[in-house]
Design a protein around this ligand. Structure first.
Ligand code: 13P
Length: 131
């Protein structure tokens, strides 16, 4: 599975914790991340991650472009709803791309835990796939 991992600064600790808890399974996936998130996942969770551009520099858009062409199977995007982001249009574009292409996207820790548990137990969204 190709999984994208992204977290705003206020959620970086959460994504490192999440990735550490699920490191054994995530290590079986192909991982990509926005720049700073990816660096932290490499250094602190010990995962092999392709680091794209930082979010404010276009990283969300890179992931969105890959997703639109079939290169992303799921997105964990821990957004910080309390802090305005300079690249809000890019963030909305990525979440919209997930909806357009029916790609699972968890935007908070509780949803991310459920999504990771579902993937690890072999569940996919295919029965719900858009026609
Ligand atoms: O801003 C982000 C997502 O919108 C995250 O970018 P970084 O991982 O580079 O901090």
């Amino acid at each position: 599975m190709n999984i994208a991992l992204i977290a705003h600064d206020g959620r970086k600790e959460q994504i490192v914790g999440l990735a550490t808890r699920h490191a054994a399974w995530l290590a079986t996936c192909t991982l990509m991340a926005t720049g700073t998130t990816g660096s932290r996942l490499k250094n602190e969770a010990g995962l092999s991650v392709e680091c794209l551009l930082s979010g404010p520099l276009g990283g969300d858009l890179q992931i969105g472009a890959r997703l639109a062409t079939g290169g992303v199977d799921g997105v964990i995007f821990l957004r910080d709803p309390m802090t305005p982001q300079p690249h809000e249009p890019d963030i909305n574009a990525l979440v919209r791309a997930c909806d357009v292409h029916n790609i699972p996207c968890a935007t908070n820790l509780a949803s991310a835990e459920l999504l990771l548990q579902a993937w690890q137990s072999g569940k996919t969204a295919s029965p719900l796939a858009a026609g």
